[in-house]
Design a protein around this ligand. Structure first.
Ligand code: HEL
Length: 432
């Protein structure tokens, strides 16, 4: 791990809310009036907590902690009623030593699932499909069970196995085997169907990338166009997300970019630069590239009702628990975290080789936080990065950054880097 010769801290006082607001013009078909979101949960809804000023020192401490736990760099951007503030730490490129840059692009992994869900729910809004209809109505014969509905896909309740568990069982060999592969959607579905299904349709939550591969197939079938066109015309352009793109199968991140560094399973082995890859193993489940500013804008616009009708946004934010803590929930392609101060935030997390990321906003969309660390397969770095949420939304400092000695202990023989990620525990995002 590089120490942080290029660390810099930037506090931006300038208020960018006007620019942000300008980006939030209603999309065609969406409600012009901001929707008041009253999330429904399987548990008791909690009343909204009073807004707390972000603790940007706490955010910086969380970035430090991510670096102390093996990330070459990290950054976070907060947007709220009082403006935008951000912090960066470490490097975005280990070879050149270029410092982390808040404008740089990175792979957002499964935060892409929220983008795919918005597109699909717009199609529901337009009457082109029904949430509770069988997937096989639109993709005849694709799935072996007519009881699997569109809603089951979006809530991870289809029972379709996550083929990526086997694919990435051995982290670096698994990654190198698919880094330049180009899969068809059908090939990915076939990989899933080659494994036993995990639950009866609708019975329980079991996170699976296969669900959002089928969502991509539905989008392409119903629009008659590649998913890239739907993201662009329905989300990227209306919200002016100039740093956001869906790139497949090109392997590059164009423009100013963060390079991603994958931790091998073998303790002490050198990091693998995983920046360039097709992400074909994920596609509509995880191949979007974005920036901190664009992620803030997207999540805020979504919860403010700029992309979906009140009915569809209500469906998306209707959540059920994903674990026994009663603080972690999933709606339709959307997570809800209930933070220690009582604030509920909606968004998604992402893990793609070389990048851990978070993009969350409050229920009214008024406060947003995005964060990234340029490493993966090192769960402690992801947990540390998650500390940015508590700091930003609760104004509370995360636990002190681990010492360098503690960080080095991750390189000791016998340690299991990323043990919290795969596969049994990865449905349980770390509590922060
Ligand atoms: S996993 C998650 C996260 N999601 C899911 C999706 C995404 N990402 C993946 O499925 C990638 C899995 C391989 C990642 C790789 C690494 O750490 O780079 N790990 C290994 O290869 C381990 N052997 C549920 C965590 C999400 O937060 O939604 O993104």
């Amino acid at each position: 791990m590089l120490r942080s010769p290029h660390r810099r801290r930037l506090a931006v006082g300038a208020t960018l809310i006007a620019a942000l607001a300008g980006a939030l013009t209603p999309a065609a078909g969406a409600s012009a009036a901001p929707a008041a979101v009253t999330p429904t949960t399987a548990g008791a809804p909690t009343p909204p907590a009073a807004a707390t000023a972000p603790d940007m020192d706490g955010v910086a401490a969380a970035l430090d902690a991510a670096m102390a736990n093996g990330a070459p760099g990290a950054m976070a951007r907060y947007a709220g009623p009082d403006g935008v503030q951000y912090r960066t730490a470490g490097v975005r490129d280990r070879a050149t030593g270029a410092p982390m840059d808040i404008h740089a692009r990175f792979r957002i992994g499964s935060i892409s699932k929220t983008f795919s869900t918005v597109v699909l729910l717009q199609l529901v809004q337009e009457g082109r499909l029904e949430l509770d209809a069988p997937v096989n109505r639109y993709l005849p014969g694709l799935l072996p069970d007519d009881r699997i509905t569109v809603r089951h896909l979006l809530t991870h309740r289809s029972g379709l196995a996550d083929y990526t568990n086997a694919m990435f069982d051995k982290t670096v060999p698994g990654f190198e085997a698919v880094r330049n592969r180009v899969f068809s959607y059908q090939e990915l579905v076939d990989l899933s169907l080659a494994e036993p299904r995990t639950t009866e349709p609708g019975v329980s939550y079991k996170y699976s990338n296969a669900n959002f591969v089928v969502v991509g197939m539905l989008i392409e079938k119903l629009t008659g166009r590649p998913v890239a066109d739907a993201y662009k015309s329905r989300i990227f352009k209306p919200l002016k997300l100039s740093g956001t793109s869906y790139v497949h199968p090109d392997t590059r991140i164009k423009g100013l970019r963060v390079r991603g560094y994958l931790h091998p399973d073998e303790a002490g082995a050198p990091l693998v630069d995983s920046t360039e890859q097709t992400v074909s193993w994920a596609q509509s489940a995880g191949a979007v590239i974005s920036t901190p500013a664009d992620l803030n804008t997207f999540m805020s616009a979504l919860l403010r009702g700029r992309l979906l009708s009140p009915e569809m946004l209500g469906a998306m934010t209707t959540v059920t628990p994903t674990d026994a803590t009663n603080t972690r929930f999933y709606g339709l392609g959307l997570r809800r975290y209930d933070l220690s101060c009582g604030t509920q935030v909606f968004g998604h997390t992402g893990t793609v080789q070389g990048f851990y990321s978070y993009a969350f906003t409050t229920g009214d969309g008024k406060r947003s936080l995005s964060a990234v660390a340029n490493t993966s397969n090192h769960g402690a770095a992801n947990t540390a990065l998650g500390g940015t949420l508590e700091a930003a939304f609760c104004g509370k400092k995360p636990a002190a950054a681990p010492s360098a000695a503690a960080a080095r202990s991750f390189a000791t023989p016998g340690a299991t880097p990323g043990a919290t990620d795969r596969p049994a525990e990865r449905d349980l995002p770390e509590r922060h």
